[in-house]
Design a protein around this ligand. Structure first.
Ligand code: NI
Length: 170
Protein backbone atom coordinates (compact mmCIF):
# COMPACT_ATOMS: atom_id res chain seq x y z
CA UNK A 1 0.00 0.00 0.00
CA UNK A 2 1.46 3.32 -1.11
CA UNK A 3 -0.35 6.48 -0.17
CA UNK A 4 0.96 9.37 -2.22
CA UNK A 5 1.04 13.00 -1.21
CA UNK A 6 -1.89 14.91 -2.71
CA UNK A 7 -0.86 18.33 -4.01
CA UNK A 8 -3.08 21.15 -2.86
CA UNK A 9 -3.92 24.61 -4.12
CA UNK A 10 -1.95 26.86 -4.75
CA UNK A 11 0.60 24.29 -5.98
CA UNK A 12 1.41 25.37 -9.55
CA UNK A 13 1.70 21.77 -10.76
CA UNK A 14 -2.10 21.52 -10.54
CA UNK A 15 -2.33 24.08 -13.37
CA UNK A 16 -0.37 21.92 -15.78
CA UNK A 17 -1.96 20.17 -18.73
CA UNK A 18 -1.25 16.48 -18.67
CA UNK A 19 0.34 14.44 -21.45
CA UNK A 20 -1.35 11.47 -23.08
CA UNK A 21 -0.19 8.02 -22.05
CA UNK A 22 1.60 6.47 -25.04
CA UNK A 23 2.04 3.00 -23.62
CA UNK A 24 0.32 1.29 -20.71
CA UNK A 25 3.33 -0.23 -18.99
CA UNK A 26 4.34 -1.20 -15.45
CA UNK A 27 4.92 2.46 -14.55
CA UNK A 28 1.33 3.32 -15.42
CA UNK A 29 -0.02 0.24 -13.65
CA UNK A 30 2.00 1.15 -10.53
CA UNK A 31 0.77 4.76 -10.74
CA UNK A 32 -2.85 3.56 -10.93
CA UNK A 33 -2.40 1.21 -7.98
CA UNK A 34 -0.82 3.94 -5.84
CA UNK A 35 -3.53 6.39 -6.89
CA UNK A 36 -6.18 3.87 -5.80
CA UNK A 37 -4.46 3.43 -2.41
CA UNK A 38 -4.37 7.20 -2.07
CA UNK A 39 -8.01 7.71 -3.09
CA UNK A 40 -9.39 5.10 -0.67
CA UNK A 41 -7.21 6.36 2.15
CA UNK A 42 -8.39 9.98 1.72
CA UNK A 43 -11.22 8.93 1.10
CA UNK A 44 -12.35 10.47 -2.17
CA UNK A 45 -14.60 9.54 -5.10
CA UNK A 46 -12.05 10.38 -7.77
CA UNK A 47 -8.43 11.26 -8.35
CA UNK A 48 -6.41 12.57 -11.28
CA UNK A 49 -2.72 11.75 -11.71
CA UNK A 50 -1.79 15.45 -11.70
CA UNK A 51 -2.94 15.60 -8.05
CA UNK A 52 -0.21 13.17 -7.03
CA UNK A 53 2.52 14.86 -9.05
CA UNK A 54 2.31 12.91 -12.33
CA UNK A 55 1.73 14.70 -15.63
CA UNK A 56 0.13 11.62 -17.20
CA UNK A 57 -3.44 11.66 -18.48
CA UNK A 58 -4.92 9.18 -16.01
CA UNK A 59 -7.97 9.36 -13.76
CA UNK A 60 -9.70 6.90 -11.52
CA UNK A 61 -13.00 7.07 -9.70
CA UNK A 62 -15.40 5.20 -7.49
CA UNK A 63 -18.72 6.93 -6.81
CA UNK A 64 -19.27 4.73 -3.74
CA UNK A 65 -15.79 4.24 -2.31
CA UNK A 66 -15.44 1.17 -0.14
CA UNK A 67 -11.95 0.33 1.11
CA UNK A 68 -12.65 -3.41 1.07
CA UNK A 69 -14.32 -3.67 -2.33
CA UNK A 70 -12.19 -1.15 -4.20
CA UNK A 71 -14.49 -1.24 -7.21
CA UNK A 72 -12.81 1.63 -8.99
CA UNK A 73 -12.66 2.44 -12.68
CA UNK A 74 -9.63 3.74 -14.53
CA UNK A 75 -9.70 5.97 -17.58
CA UNK A 76 -6.55 6.62 -19.53
CA UNK A 77 -6.37 9.60 -21.89
CA UNK A 78 -10.00 10.47 -21.12
CA UNK A 79 -11.82 13.18 -23.05
CA UNK A 80 -15.34 14.49 -22.89
CA UNK A 81 -16.94 13.96 -26.26
CA UNK A 82 -20.19 15.80 -25.55
CA UNK A 83 -22.13 17.43 -22.75
CA UNK A 84 -25.76 18.33 -22.43
CA UNK A 85 -28.15 19.95 -19.99
CA UNK A 86 -27.43 21.75 -16.73
CA UNK A 87 -26.88 20.31 -13.30
CA UNK A 88 -26.07 22.04 -10.03
CA UNK A 89 -23.41 20.00 -8.30
CA UNK A 90 -24.04 20.85 -4.66
CA UNK A 91 -21.20 21.11 -2.17
CA UNK A 92 -18.57 19.88 -4.57
CA UNK A 93 -15.17 19.29 -3.03
CA UNK A 94 -11.69 18.21 -4.04
CA UNK A 95 -8.76 16.58 -2.25
CA UNK A 96 -6.56 19.32 -3.71
CA UNK A 97 -8.81 22.06 -2.30
CA UNK A 98 -9.02 21.03 1.36
CA UNK A 99 -11.61 22.40 3.77
CA UNK A 100 -13.72 24.04 1.11
CA UNK A 101 -16.92 23.11 -0.68
CA UNK A 102 -19.09 25.02 -3.13
CA UNK A 103 -21.91 24.55 -5.62
CA UNK A 104 -20.67 24.18 -9.18
CA UNK A 105 -22.68 24.49 -12.38
CA UNK A 106 -22.04 21.34 -14.36
CA UNK A 107 -23.53 19.65 -17.40
CA UNK A 108 -26.19 17.06 -16.64
CA UNK A 109 -25.15 14.46 -19.20
CA UNK A 110 -21.72 13.63 -20.51
CA UNK A 111 -20.30 11.25 -23.03
CA UNK A 112 -16.67 10.48 -22.29
CA UNK A 113 -14.18 8.17 -23.88
CA UNK A 114 -10.77 6.83 -23.03
CA UNK A 115 -8.95 3.56 -22.50
CA UNK A 116 -9.10 1.07 -19.67
CA UNK A 117 -5.97 -0.32 -18.03
CA UNK A 118 -5.76 -3.05 -20.70
CA UNK A 119 -5.86 -0.46 -23.45
CA UNK A 120 -9.41 -1.26 -24.55
CA UNK A 121 -11.52 1.67 -25.68
CA UNK A 122 -14.19 2.72 -23.19
CA UNK A 123 -17.25 4.83 -23.88
CA UNK A 124 -19.29 6.18 -21.00
CA UNK A 125 -22.65 7.90 -21.31
CA UNK A 126 -23.87 9.01 -17.95
CA UNK A 127 -25.62 11.58 -15.78
CA UNK A 128 -25.83 12.33 -12.06
CA UNK A 129 -22.86 11.87 -9.76
CA UNK A 130 -20.74 9.92 -12.25
CA UNK A 131 -21.21 12.69 -14.80
CA UNK A 132 -20.00 15.26 -12.24
CA UNK A 133 -17.01 13.11 -11.25
CA UNK A 134 -15.94 12.70 -14.88
CA UNK A 135 -16.23 16.44 -15.53
CA UNK A 136 -14.30 17.23 -12.34
CA UNK A 137 -11.48 14.73 -12.94
CA UNK A 138 -11.08 15.48 -16.64
CA UNK A 139 -10.90 19.19 -15.70
CA UNK A 140 -7.89 18.30 -13.52
CA UNK A 141 -6.09 16.90 -16.57
CA UNK A 142 -6.53 20.30 -18.21
CA UNK A 143 -5.23 22.24 -15.21
CA UNK A 144 -8.69 23.28 -14.02
CA UNK A 145 -9.88 23.09 -10.42
CA UNK A 146 -13.52 23.29 -9.38
CA UNK A 147 -12.81 26.67 -7.76
CA UNK A 148 -12.11 27.95 -11.29
CA UNK A 149 -15.78 27.27 -12.04
CA UNK A 150 -17.41 29.08 -9.11
CA UNK A 151 -18.20 32.78 -8.71
CA UNK A 152 -15.14 35.00 -8.47
CA UNK A 153 -16.42 36.30 -5.13
CA UNK A 154 -16.38 32.84 -3.58
CA UNK A 155 -13.08 32.00 -5.22
CA UNK A 156 -11.43 35.12 -3.79
CA UNK A 157 -12.79 34.24 -0.35
CA UNK A 158 -11.14 30.87 -0.53
CA UNK A 159 -7.86 32.29 -1.86
CA UNK A 160 -7.69 34.81 0.98
CA UNK A 161 -8.29 32.04 3.51
CA UNK A 162 -5.45 29.96 2.05
CA UNK A 163 -3.10 32.96 2.05
CA UNK A 164 -3.83 33.58 5.70
CA UNK A 165 -3.18 29.94 6.57
CA UNK A 166 0.08 29.92 4.63
CA UNK A 167 1.24 33.03 6.52
CA UNK A 168 0.48 31.35 9.81
CA UNK A 169 2.45 28.22 9.03
CA UNK A 170 5.48 29.94 7.47
NI1 NI B 1 -10.45 17.20 -7.54
Amino acid sequence: MTVLEVLTYPDKFLKKKTKPVEKIDDNIRKLVKDMADTMYEAPGVGLAAIQVGSDKSVILYDPAPDKEQRAYSVLINPVIVSMDGEYLSENEGCLSVPDFRADVKRAEFVVAKGLDLEGNPVNIETDGILSVILQHEIDHLNGILFIDRISSLKREMYKRKVKKQLKKTN
